[in-house]
Design a protein around this ligand. Structure first.
Ligand code: NAD
Ligand code: DAU
Length: 375
């Protein structure tokens, strides 16, 4: 079956990988990238596919209900994959209103536009909402030394291979968000399920762990630190660097989204992750060794860049996703071992210094004006 799909937030980090995958894999689908181009949106992330006949970019705010509705009717949209959001926890601590506006009101505006456009004709329609593991709150670290995880996936099959507690985030856990970011995402998840339960809208929600890979905005740990190591700038480690995150290569997330969009069960929630837990400080050491080696420096030469700074307010201690349901029901697994993913990622940022320089200088925001003027 052919689809016309709006992908929101397609100019961001994960969204750009999802847009690329769908445009390349489904030449007979029409893919509409709807993005407001906030500071986090960068159309250069999609330079390789922007001239494809099955791709269209629309600069629009998801909060613009009338605009989204008109677009859906004009294009006869039958699927929405919703990634647009304010996504950075530190920004949400400084400016919670923007997070509530985009993540809650924006999601509600999209849902309402889809409800009006589809008008109860749910057959063949799908509203797929991308959320985060942060809605579940934080897990205890019961074993700081690390234990065998219940599962080994491709992502966790490398040398590291540890879990830092016996509890994991499962789909049936109560939501306990702690940051304004995760509170806003939790609220948006509730609205999506409410539209399913109240109106019968065919919705799906997925909650994924930390992503890493090319095109991530360098305010997030991995690209920020790669760039700082390269330029020998201090690496601001929050607290003692003991917090644990569960890392997934971004293309594996995009593959999961593709599979779930097509084969996921309506009304369901799926967790996405690779049982790949790392303490921040351990990842940072891997990044220093990898960047040093790739730049021809002595491995570990830049360890003294590590600078412990005041902890993030309300900093969640440990995230660990249990993605057994997705594995069991749809057969999804990560395709990449973490060590391979980190090598690819560091190599990409070092090889794409111009992309990084344009982002850090602010020049990337001119891309839209140059490429889309008059279109
Ligand atoms: P990002 O910050 O890199 O990109 C967000 C995109 O949304 C940008 O292109 C931005 O311009 C756009 N956007 C923001 N506000 C908008 C608005 N009002 N209207 C239209 N577009 C708007 O984010 P990301 O890291 O790619 O995350 C994408 C989604 O995945 C988010 O919903 C996030 O909560 C979720 N998620 C992220 C991670 C992660 O590790 N990055 C993990 C799990 C889930
Ligand atoms: O778990 C999924 C979430 O992962 C997504 O929902 C969010 O959108 C995404 O931003 C990410 O959130 P985190 O807060 O975990 O990511 P971040 O890269 O900001 O931080 C990762 C860890 O590193 C976290 O424990 C805080 C720490 N950190 C981060 C930065 C930017 C530092 O110690 N120093 C830093 O400078």
């Amino acid at each position: 079956m052919k689809h016309t799909i709006i992908i929101t937030g397609g100019a961001g980090f994960i969204g750009s990988h999802v847009v690329r995958l769908f445009v390349n894999r489904y030449p007979d689908y029409r893919i509409i990238n709807l993005d407001k181009l906030t500071y986090a949106g960068n159309l250069a992330n999609l330079a390789d596919i922007e001239d494809r006949p099955n791709y269209r970019f629309v600069k629009m705010d998801i909060c613009d209900f009338e605009g989204v509705l008109a677009l859906m009717q004009q294009e006869q949209v039958d699927g929405i994959i919703h990634l647009a959001a304010e996504s950075h926890v530190d920004r949400s601590i400084k400016d919670p209103f923007t997070f509530a506006q985009t993540n809650v009101m924006g999601t509600l505006s999209l849902l309402q536009a889809a409800k009006v456009a589809w008008d109860g004709r749910w057959e063949g329609k799908r509203f797929y909402h991308i959320s985060t593991d942060e809605v579940y709150g934080a897990l205890e670290m019961t074993d700081p030394e690390g234990i065998e995880p219940p599962f080994t996936t491709k992502a966790s099959s490398g040398s590291h291979h540890l879990a830092y507690g016996s509890k994991f985030f499962t789909e049936d856990l109560k939501y306990q968000p702690h940051s304004p970011y995760s509170a806003a995402k939790a609220s948006s998840d509730h609205f999506v399920r409410a539209f399913h339960d109240t109106y019968g809208m065919p919705t799906i929600v997925t909650n994924c762990s930390n992503n890493y890979g090319p095109y991530q905005f360098p305010e997030k740990l991995i690209p920020l630190f790669i760039n700082n190591i390269r330029h020998r700038k201090p690496l601001p480690v929050y607290g003692r660097g003991e917090n644990v995150r569960d890392w997934l290569y971004v293309e594996d997330h995009a593959r999961a989204i593709d599979l779930i969009f097509h084969e996921g069960k309506v009304g369901e929630t799926y967790n996405i992750g690779g049982f790949n837990e790392w303490k921040n400080i351990d990842i940072i050491k891997v990044l220093i060794n990898t960047v040093d080696r790739m730049l021809g420096r002595r491995e570990g030469e830049d360890m003294d860049l590590i600078t412990y700074v005041t902890d993030r307010a309300g900093h969640d201690l440990r995230y660990a996703i249990d993605s057994t349901k997705l594995q069991r029901e749809l057969g999804w697994e990560p395709s990449l071992q973490f060590e391979e993913g980190i090598e690819k990622t560091v190599r990409w940022y070092l090889d794409n210094q111009q992309w990084m320089d344009r982002v850090t200088s602010g020049d990337y925001q001119k891309y839209y004006e140059e490429m889309y003027k008059g279109r």
